[in-house]
Design a protein around this ligand. Sequence first.
Ligand code: HPA
Length: 263
Amino acid sequence: MTVEFGIIGGSGFYSISSKGVEENIETPFGTVAVNIFDINDRKVAFITRHGLKHSIPPHLVNYRANIFALHSIGVKQIITSSAVGSMKEEIFPGSFVIPDQFIDFTIGRPKTFFVDNFEVKLNNGSIRKGVVHVDLSEPYCPHLRDELFIQSKKIAKNAFNNGVYVCTEGPRFETPAEISAFKILGGTLVGMTSVSECVLARELGICYSTICLVTNFAAGMQEKISTEEVFAVFKSKVLELEEIIVNTIANLEISAKNCSCDK
Ligand code: HPA
């Protein structure tokens, strides 16, 4: 089976409206449930990052299994959604942001496929093994980002291009002091998930981009942050989010790909 596109749905985005076929994909890291469906004539696999009932917290997501499962069915481009807090006054809750950089503050997650003589055949046919240092000068695929932003602007009232995603370990939210430090470092958004996926996808030569939905201002910029608030904002925007991702996949001009994610 060859499936060109993958979607990983984050908090609040657990399924896609189109009916698909459920499959369990075995990987060296565990079994992954995917739902495979069509967008126009393009085959797409959907994975829910936190499980259907949001039972898997960000620090325990099996990132390697999810990315490897998509790779093993042929996926070359992955779009994900991420709930985030905003560190900029002008990017308020309900906004969509397509980040172009990240800073990684995670501490306890497997960060690479390449341990114990791991060897993999990429979907461009080349073999990758041994000591692997991938280039992350452009961590999020520019080709996917451009189309995501075009489609976001058509659908969402507030869409922002570019920004630095700061990834924390979670599952707790941050302290105001941490947010002040992240601002000094140049952070725009704070979340708990997107970075491991982005790095692992690059290790397998897969284009990866995320669309962030701002659910709150970061700690210290509003009174308190609650999980209920995060989910309420997400629920109010999830249909827009789905439409943006579906339209991005439907309109992406693969032949015009201008990235080097699989090089
Ligand atoms: N911090 C980290 N992750 C998040 C936040 C936040 O403020 N909001 C939604 N996900």
